[in-house]
Design a protein around this ligand. Structure first.
Ligand code: F0G
Length: 458
């Protein structure tokens, strides 16, 4: 099965080099078996993240030259504001340098200590920003969304009944807003259905609770709605997006994903009071409201990227490319999260390396092997990232899943690169019993996966 061929041709190329196994063996030891410590130039295919790694189009690069770097009132801001209003429909548009700043501003104005913020599943920075304001981030995805193998077209849906029970339990006055992350990154890049957004909105409206969308991968989510949800086959992705955001009161956006830019984001809101307070804070921490931590040229690239991402030939290719990689792995019997999500393929490392106990980081062991043997960089989403020590018993609490994410940058790699990745993983699977577990030799007290150092066991 071949996905639709690339709907672009390549005008500029960036060389990548395949290092030798000896070089990579040395580098990964020096890096303390942590791929965040590697020089990126030593990587052949980099699937660490799809964030900020997109290739911009000639149209976006041309837009950079039209950057108006006026401190206030840059024409690029007006273009950006108008674009966001047209696509998302919200009244107030606040530019930020990336997604987590939009989250920070939103929770700074909306969340008080002891408040609850429900979501399908919060992304790490979203959760961290809620907690930073003394709030409690709650994940209420449907049960199917936690099972890596059950097939469901919209595994990113929130459980509306659970949400209702939750609001009743804690009281609506303790829930200043609720969120939906589209697509649900922490749950495998799975989409949320329009029906689910509608039902969520209907429920929240009864309690007067605003709905805010984490819109990072909104175009990919809307493309899945077009593909999978009855009644949307003939709508354009732009129309679907307009309907989806029409049920919401605002959104946070990391344009480093579906904005097709290397830096940028925004907070968009209908609530006048929240927008005003967020703007005051923006001036304090990011910059004047017409640039928000970005250059004029960045705003122009973002305005253009937000339109390009709605192109359906692009989206067919994009979703198709990720699915193609997943399909190659599935056909070879590799355990991956199903169905394949929008931006990444997630390998079940527990099933891939059953001989490595969770205490020895099977996900990270797989990440290390992919780099050392093939020059591929992936990221662990398992015990290295999430295992916690129980403060009472001192025992380690392990996460349910040990996943390895292969995030595909947008418009960056070709079909042949996907074949290379698939063949490498299939090759490793054949000799997986040679992969060894790891132990930590250094860890920071918070977000340890970024800086931890490890060594091989045995
Ligand atoms: N929300 C979601 C769903 C995300 O995936 C991310 C970033 C953010 C918010 C924060 O945006 O990085 O611009 O501040 N995800 C990246 C990733 C880092 O690799 O998945 P940011």
């Amino acid at each position: 099965m071949l996905f639709p061929a690339e709907p672009f041709k390549i005008k500029v190329v960036e060389p990548i080099r395949k290092t030798t196994r000896e070089e990579r063996d040395r580098l990964i030891r020096q890096a303390g078996y942590n791929v965040f410590n590697l020089p990126a130039e030593s990587i052949y295919i980099d699937l660490l993240t799809d964030s900020g790694t997109s290739a911009m189009s000639d149209n976006q690069w041309a837009g950079l030259m039209l950057g108006d770097e006026s401190y206030a009132g840059s024409r690029n801001y007006y273009h950006f504001e108008q674009t966001v209003r047209e696509i998302f429909g919200f009244r107030h548009v606040i530019p930020t340098h990336q997604g987590r700043m939009a989250e920070n501003l939103l929770f700074s104005v909306a969340v008080k200590p002891g408040d609850y913020v429900p979501n399908n599943i919060h992304f790490d920075t979203t959760r961290a920003n809620v907690e930073h304001k003394g709030g409690i981030a709650v994940d209420l995805v449907i049960d199917e969304g936690r099972d890596p193998y059950v097939e469901h077209p919209f595994k990113g849906n929130i459980d509306v009944q659970k949400l209702e029970r939750f609001i009743e339990e804690v009281g609506p006055e303790r829930v200043p807003l609720a969120m939906l992350t589209v697509t649900n990154n922490s749950g495998g890049g799975q989409p949320v259905s329009m029906e689910n957004v509608r039902q969520t909105k209907r429920l929240l409206e009864r309690y007067g609770i605003p709905l805010i969308i984490d819109a990072c991968r909104f175009a990919e989510n809307c493309y899945f709605i077009k593909e999978r949800e009855p009644g949307y086959e003939r709508k354009t992705v732009a129309e679907i997006a307009r309907e989806l955001f029409g049920y919401a009161d605002g959104c946070t956006m990391s344009a480093k994903k579906d904005g097709l830019v290397n830096i940028g984001g925004f907070l968009a809101l209908n609530n006048e009071e929240w927008a005003e307070k967020a703007t005051q804070l923006l001036i304090l921490v990011e910059g004047f409201p017409t640039y928000g931590g970005l250059a004029g040229r960045d705003l122009e690239a973002m305005a253009r990227g937000l339109r390009e991402v709605l192109d359906e030939d692009y989206l067919r290719f994009r979703i198709g490319q990720v699915r193609y990689l997943g399909q190659l792995l599935l056909e070879a019997g590799i355990p991956i999260v199903r169905p394949v999500g929008g931006h990444a393929v997630y390998i079940d490392a527990k099933a891939f390396l059953p001989h490595i106990p969770q205490a020895q980081f099977p996900g990270q062991a797989l990440v290390v092997a992919l780099y050392r043997e093939y020059g591929i960089r992936a990221v662990e989403i398992g015990s290295l990232m999430f295992a916690r020590r129980d403060p009472k018993t001192g025992q380690t609490i392990y996460p349910e899943l040990e996943l390895v994410r292969l995030a595909i940058p947008r418009r960056v790699y070709t079909t042949m690169h996907m074949n290379y990745v698939a063949e490498s993983i299939i090759d490793l699977y054949r000799r997986r019993d040679q992969v060894r577990g790891l132990r930590i030799v250094y860890e920071a007290p918070v977000l340890r996966h970024f800086t931890a150092r490890l060594e091989e066991v045995g």
